[in-house]
Design a protein around this ligand. Structure first.
Ligand code: UDP
Ligand code: MG
Length: 302
């Protein structure tokens, strides 16, 4: 059986249509399925829509979070809930074409264990968004040592791969990177990101920035190495300035140079503060992880 995990946050407008389209295409292709909607603490009628869909079709299951935990926890909950021999993850807004899902399933039947959907085109988005996403994926690709520039959350995993992901103890998950990191027999399927059929994007700019920084810190220690780099640079500066100062002292011109002092204090002060901030960020993450709180809280289930 194919389990399809669908995170949904305030998706009342599109959910019935998603159910209809997915159910229709999977039935037509004779693929036994279950749809697992993870309602990420929606404030609209998303949960009621899920209940209604469940009434009509017993292949539809739902999990309701006690509040909005985010897309990553929603994916994690869906993976934990799924019982199929293979599990796909896709968005609720039909931006991930259902026809590609069938293509992925066929690849799985051929024996692939991780089938990744990669974006052939990114759909409509602003220039700034595209540039920021480009930078983010460059850093992430280096961190996980896999090209992620076209990665998406649209994937199909074999049961073994799902179990490997579920076995990972960290609470701060990044599905896109984890599913590459686990290895197994992987392949890719290209798709064009579709227009959102209804509703609007559930990601604000601020939420995206937080998500990006969080993932970089979660997967890369490069920012910390940046601190070391800055330290070394300042040290060399210090040696040069130190020699200059001593020469001036011994030649009897020591009084001048107040501007230099001010500039140095400003420069070094800011580098120290930025560095402390970066280190603080990592410590905060360690603290978060050691608290060992659950990734999400399920309040209802159907
Ligand atoms: N989503 C979620 N929790 C959130 C934000 C988004 O579960 O806090 C879901 C959303 O319902 C959708 C998917 O994640 O199914 C992708 O979100 P969206 O379409 O808004 O993102 P975009 O396509 O604009 O990147
Ligand atoms: Mg979308």
């Amino acid at each position: 059986m194919l389990s399809v995990v669908i995170p949904a946050y305030n998706e009342e407008e599109i959910l019935p249509r998603t159910v209809e389209v997915l159910g229709g295409i999977l039935t037509a292709e004779k693929i036994p399925y279950e749809l697992i909607f993870v309602d990420d603490g929606s404030k609209d009628r998303t949960w009621e829509e899920i209940l209604e869909a469940h009434e009509k079709n017993e292949n539809i299951h739902g999990v309701h979070f006690s509040r909005n935990f985010g897309k990553e926890p929603a994916i994690a909950a869906g993976l934990a809930e799924a019982v199929g021999a293979c599990v796909a993850v896709m968005d609720c807004d039909l931006q991930h074409p259902p026809a590609t899902l069938v293509e992925m399933y066929r690849k799985w039947e051929e024996g692939y264990e991780v089938v990744e959907g990669v974006k052939r085109t990114r759909g409509r988005e602003s220039g700034a968004h595209r540039a920021a996403a480009g930078l983010f994926y460059k850093i992430m690709s280096r961190a996980v040592k896999i090209d992620m520039s076209r990665a998406s959350d649209f994937k199909l995993l074999d049961r073994r791969a799902v179990n490997s992901i579920l076995d990972m103890p960290e609470r701060n998950t990044f599905f896109r990177a984890m599913s590459s990191w686990i290895g197994y027999k992987q392949t890719q399927v290209e798709f064009d990101v579709q227009e959102r059929e209804a509703g609007s994007s559930k990601w604000s700019t601020w939420k995206l920035i937080k998500y990006a920084v969080g993932n970089i810190v979660g997967y890369s220690t490069a920012p910390m190495q940046l601190v070391t780099g800055a330290g070394i640079a300042v040290f060399f500066l210090a040696v040069i300035m130190g020699i200059q100062t001593l020469v001036r002292y011994f030649t009897g011109h020591a009084v001048e140079g107040f501007t230099t002092v001010i500039l140095l204090i400003l420069l070094i002060g800011s580098i120290i503060m930025i560095s402390l901030g970066i280190i603080g960020y990592y410590i905060a993450r360690i603290y978060e992880e050691t608290k060992g709180r659950p990734k999400y809280i399920v309040s209802k289930r159907v």
